[in-house]
Design a protein around this ligand. Sequence first.
Ligand code: KIV
Length: 263
Amino acid sequence: MRSVLEFQSKKTQGEAISMITCYDTWSAKIINDSSIDSILIGDSASMVMHGHPSTVHADTEMMAAHVKAVSKGAPNKFLIGDIPFLANRKSREVLMDTVEALMKAGSHSVKLEGAKGHLEDISHIVESGVPVMGHLGLTPQSVNQLGGFKVQGKGEETAREIFDDALALERAGCFSIVLECIPAPLAEHITEALTIPTIGIGSGPDTTGQVLVLQDLLGMDPSFQPKFVRRYLEGYKLIMEAVNRFDADVKARAFPVKKESFV
Ligand code: KIV
């Protein structure tokens, strides 16, 4: 899948959309050859790739570098680049400079967290020819205001607020919305009310599509096992075994052998 039209037509055709996060060229090459529909170059790169405690530490330079790396490895996939913390809150000019940096780095669209206070900015980006994905529920850039990485929309009032924000994002021109860590019935209700596709993470089975962080589904951090992540590989264990085998071979002088050497 390469275009926003193909992405959106999946909902009309009643098909599920698969999305995965990716930040670098070598894993992008693998995803490019897979059946996954789309790639999110998420600001989770700040935590997964740079070791920061939250996504607050991502900036435009970091995100553009990751988008560039992924676009080199995955020329056949639809790419969504994350607008980093505060880039949409300083000025329209800073926002549009960020959008320009992500698009020129190779993204096909951008993702922006929240709704209140930037609906007009979203419309402006869309009217400038750039597809925008919304993001509601647990919006990690607001982790300090939310008091932690917690499920959102459990109460009637907050559920209503998220529902209304979803309608507002569709009206503002978003082509899709990520629903992160909200109760499954609320995600289903929103998905039914919208014409655009929803992509869930920790929001149950009834969104149009699902996204997971690549490293989470590969089991790269054995200490990180939230309820909503399904591990498809024990990556940490497998890589540990491989590097320890290399270490043992080197120390036993069993690597390299003749056929691995130039004569
Ligand atoms: O940055 C990210 O990876 C995200 C997904 C978790 C939706 O926003």
